[in-house]
Design a binder for this molecule. Sequence first.
Ligand code: NAG
Ligand code: NAG
Length: 288
Amino acid sequence: MKTFTFLIGLSLCCKFSVFSRKIIDLSYDFGPKSISWPGNPSFNLSHLLIGKQPGGFWLEKNWFSSNEHRGTHIDAPAHFYFGSLHIHQIPLDDLIGPGIVIRATKEANENNDFVMNKDFILNWEAENGQIPHGAIILLDFDWARRYLTFDENIIFGTKTVNDVSSYHYPGIGPDAMTYLVKEKHIKAIGTDATSPDAGQAVNYPSHRICGRYNTTIIENVANLASMPIKGSTVFLAAIKLKGGSGVPARVFAILDDDSCNMAATNIMSSSLFTIMIVFSIVNCYNGI
Ligand SMILES: *[C@@H]1O[C@H](CO)[C@@H](O)[C@H](O)[C@H]1NC(C)=O
Ligand SMILES: *[C@@H]1O[C@H](CO)[C@@H](O)[C@H](O)[C@H]1NC(C)=O
């Protein structure tokens, strides 16, 4: 009976811990200040109706317009590859996956044109273990600091925002992208910069590789400094925009509660083991 009570207590404790798990918001507020590729129409949110109604209750509703690729958003594979998936076709399973954060904050600060290559990823794996299949990769270039200035010159690393060839920000190279997509079968790749292709990349090679292999991209990811390099589940909560080439998203991560889970599993299995032994002994005594 004691063991039984203990097990119930333990399962309640672990059930409870699900609610106390840490959730990290990986999205910025979506609004007029959200960063977008220069030249896009501006975001617009305006009141359709706001105020106290004749019935005595408050009512507020708005109308907004925006381009798809603004602020923290996902790119559908169709964005850069004809015939690939549009937003509404991305399987839900591809929008949830184990989070793997690859940090290159030092490299990107020292060289704004830093391009992460395959060797960098292989070294990461040598140090931190294999990237699991189906991961959602998040590249931390310490670009959040720049995003939060809301200054296009700082974010795109240029003095001439209208000249795309003058952009300087870090990204991932086609060799690394191919490795992640073809050998690691990642579901998605995110960056805290404005694009997985570095500012100086020509013709968006990494975008096109993702497009070709139906891999989703996440741009302007927030709060990567708060993320563990592994041990999380990332959610790309985007509306199912029919025919969309991209869409703003509420991206977040739930951290694994390893300490509780492991302790619980260990205690649970050892308790079960004890019960089994007790039952076997009782059964032996009873001659069953
Ligand atoms: C924003 O939307 C409202 C409502 O449709 C419209 O009246 C206004 O002209 C729009 N402003 C811009 C800058 O597009
Ligand atoms: C990507 O998705 C499209 C649309 O479903 C499909 O036709 C294409 O074969 C897929 N590409 C790959 C490499 O799986």
